[in-house]
Write a new protein. Structure first.
Length: 273
């Protein structure tokens, strides 16, 4: 450790006494001496930053990246700390470094954006589970136990439990839990229903079909909804099959023309007509 920083320690072994160094730093103008003393202070406090980073291990981020984020938070704490306010640097640096790490998780490791409230519930539920397990049992505490311990509602606990392990999504190639037929998650995804276009078409033609003469409506109904042949329709109405064919063609052409005209009127600006 550089001579600028004394060796006397606070209750934490990684909390050096830098009070005098900070006062000298605040009095120094920008320059080489200022930068060197600033570096000495950062180096002296790095063990503390690494200890804080260690609290976030095994959460989907490498130890090296966690240490780098913690070091960045430490540098920001050193640059923003004002010794004249009378607060110990440690009381300012710990929440600053911790906040930087949490911000890193929130901004970079959630594949799907999750509201901050859900992230907070996830953390409270996770800590409660750790406390209740006590490190001696694999038994997962119940929702009611977690709610009582974390002072949350059971609904909030369920939300937090659902968010556990949600930093990254499951692969679509993963198997469906409990499925004996080898189905994959991708198999459960929905797809566009081709019948939706049919619904749109049917709603478009409905008023124009209703405007046809009764005989033409009946013929179209028997042909397209009852799947009756033209010869049987001809027998039922006492006309020739050729007449049935012509009536069907004429009715369909009329309805189609009306639908297209109506659609064109909707998309054509009033001033261009």
């Amino acid at each position: 450790m550089c001579a600028h920083v004394t060796a006397r320690r606070h209750p934490h072994d990684d909390a050096p006494d830098t009070e005098e160094a900070f006062r000298r730093l605040a009095a120094l103008p920008a320059g080489r001496q200022h930068d060197q003393l600033r570096t000495d202070i950062v180096v002296a406090w790095l063990p503390m930053a690494e200890r804080l980073a260690g609290r976030f291990r095994r959460r989907g981020e490498s130890d090296e990246d966690l240490r780098q984020v913690a070091a960045l938070g430490l540098v920001r704490a050193v640059d923003r700390y004002d010794p004249d306010r009378g607060h110990a640097f440690e009381s300012y640096a710990v929440p600053t470094v911790t906040g930087e790490i949490k911000r890193h998780f929130r901004d970079h490791l959630w594949t799907v954006h999750v509201p901050r409230r859900v992230q907070e519930l996830r953390n409270r539920v996770r800590f409660a589970c750790q406390d209740l397990a006590g490190g001696v049992s694999d038994r997962l505490p119940g929702v009611a136990e977690i709610a009582d311990h974390a002072r949350l509602s059971e609904e909030e606990v369920r939300t937090g439990l659902q968010a556990l392990g949600s930093f990254s999504p499951l692969s679509l190639d993963a198997g469906v839990r409990g499925a004996a037929d080898g189905r994959l998650l991708a198999d459960s995804l929905g797809a566009a229903d081709p019948a939706l276009e049919t619904v749109v078409d049917r709603e478009a033609v409905k008023p124009h079909l209703a405007a046809l003469p009764e005989r033409e409506r009946a013929i179209l109904y028997l042909r397209f909804f009852q799947d009756m042949t033209q010869s049987r329709i001809a027998e039922q109405f006492g006309i020739s099959q050729m007449q049935v064919s012509r009536l069907i063609s004429r009715s369909c052409r009329k309805v189609r023309t009306e639908v297209l005209r109506e659609a064109s009127a909707r998309i054509t600006p009033p001033g261009s007509r």
